[in-house]
Design a binder for this molecule. Structure first.
Ligand code: SF4
Ligand code: SF4
Length: 378
């Protein structure tokens, strides 16, 4: 395992993001504990010492799973990261209650790393509003040693990231951003990296393989990559890219199986940053990878609990992208297997989902377009 220095700590370059643990019957809120614990323990034994969770992951069951899976290893042998869910109005007035609940769920008395979760244009004012006192409270917890290092994750534009950093009174020590070779240009990740580098803020990475979309690349893309480095897989290209970006300290990966852990451990057993030519080739591939008209859903699932119709929005958007890429016949069989009240046409256009989407996807409009493409309506 490659380790990176952060203020004298030795953090594993690969961190385990506990938002894609194995689940039962495809139900995101029902973690298969035995399988999940095997993933967590294998990562730990393989040298991963950074474990990331959040209040809302897996319908609120991720925190307890991580705490339980690591209960019998020394607490000072790993770093635990959790986040304050300030992306939702119902949470912002409950920082004390939520923080205590999180400690309890994780069965710990402190968090090594704690983040404002998902700062972006729609919630930055709420998170900084003095009436909720979120920053004051978290800084108080930091002084009390219950938070060792405070940071934030950001899906917003570079100027939003900068504004939050400025509001952080010099106390925000790291920033987690969505970074991969597609978002280098698509989601302004390059600008964010440059900004964070200029402020000396270490970078934590989420969505390094873009919700799994960089795991399977088209054959002609793989041919180009194989010509440069025959031995690398699609996933390792994504990680080698991240090993090449200055300031990147921890790269989170949501691993859903022990096999995936093994693959990632193998990639992270060595530092093999890209040379200039390889970097340019990969970012060019990233620019061309997504066909015009697709939507940049990362399958974060933030929107799912907001949908009154119970639609599996990330799945529908994935099918939409597939239909845009490959044509409607490529998805029509799968759509037919979905019950009519869960198909895109069941969307009532209430916009609850779009209000929380960190990618600013126009979800109801996209589902309406998809319905039109499919020629179906409930
Ligand atoms: S706009 Fe459609 S998909 Fe979004 S929450 Fe409302 S019903 Fe669900
Ligand atoms: S539509 Fe937006 S909120 Fe929903 S899963 Fe995709 S990226 Fe996340």
């Amino acid at each position: 395992m490659i380790y990176r220095d952060f203020k004298g700590l030795k953090l594993s370059g690969l961190g385990l993001g506990n938002m894609r643990l194995p689940v039962i019957d495809g139900d995101d809120s029902r973690i298969d504990y035995e399988k999940a614990a095997a993933v967590i323990r294998r990562a730990y034994e393989g040298g991963v010492n950074y474990f990331d969770t959040a209040y809302g992951y897996h319908g609120g069951t991720s925190e307890a799973t991580v705490g339980r899976a690591l209960a019998d290893v020394p607490r000072d042998s790993y770093y635990l990261a959790d986040k304050f869910p300030g992306f939702s109005l119902e949470n912002v007035s409950r920082v004390r209650e939520i923080f205590e609940e999180q400690l309890q769920r994780c069965a710990t008395d402190h968090f090594d790393f704690y983040l404002f979760h998902n700062i972006y244009e729609k919630n930055i004012d709420m998170c900084l509003d003095p009436q909720y006192g979120i920053m004051d409270y978290l800084l108080e917890q930091k002084r009390a040693g219950r938070i060792r290092h405070l940071g934030f994750s950001c899906h917003g534009e570079p100027r939003t990231l900068e504004r939050f950093l400025d509001a952080g009174r010099g106390e925000l020590e790291f920033c987690q951003i969505q970074l991969n070779y597609v978002d280098w240009s698509l989601q302004h990740a390059r600008e964010k990296v440059e900004l964070l580098n200029s402020r000396g803020i270490p970078i934590w990475v989420m969505e390094g393989v873009r919700g799994g979309r960089l795991v399977d690349l088209p054959a002609e893309t793989m041919d180009k990559l194989k010509a440069l480095r025959p031995e690398e897989s699609a996933v390792s290209w994504a990680f080698r890219f991240l090993q090449s970006v200055p300031g990147v300290t921890v790269v989170l990966s949501g691993m859903g199986s022990v096999e995936q852990v093994e693959d990632n451990l193998a990639t992270w057993s060595e530092d093999r940053p890209l040379n200039e030519r390889e970097f340019a080739a990969l970012t060019e591939i990233g620019r061309n990878l997504f066909a015009k008209g697709t939507v940049p859903c990362t399958a974060c699932h933030y929107c799912v609990s907001k949908c009154p119709q119970g639609l599996d929005i990330p799945r529908l958007l994935r099918l939409y992208n597939e239909a845009v890429y490959s044509g409607v016949p490529a998805v029509s069989g799968t759509i037919k297997e979905i019950s009519p009240d869960k198909q895109p046409g069941a969307c009532i256009s209430c916009h609850s989902c779009a209000a929380v989407c960190p990618q600013n996807i126009e979800i109801p409009e996209t589902l309406a377009k998809f319905t039109e493409m499919l020629g179906t309506k409930e």
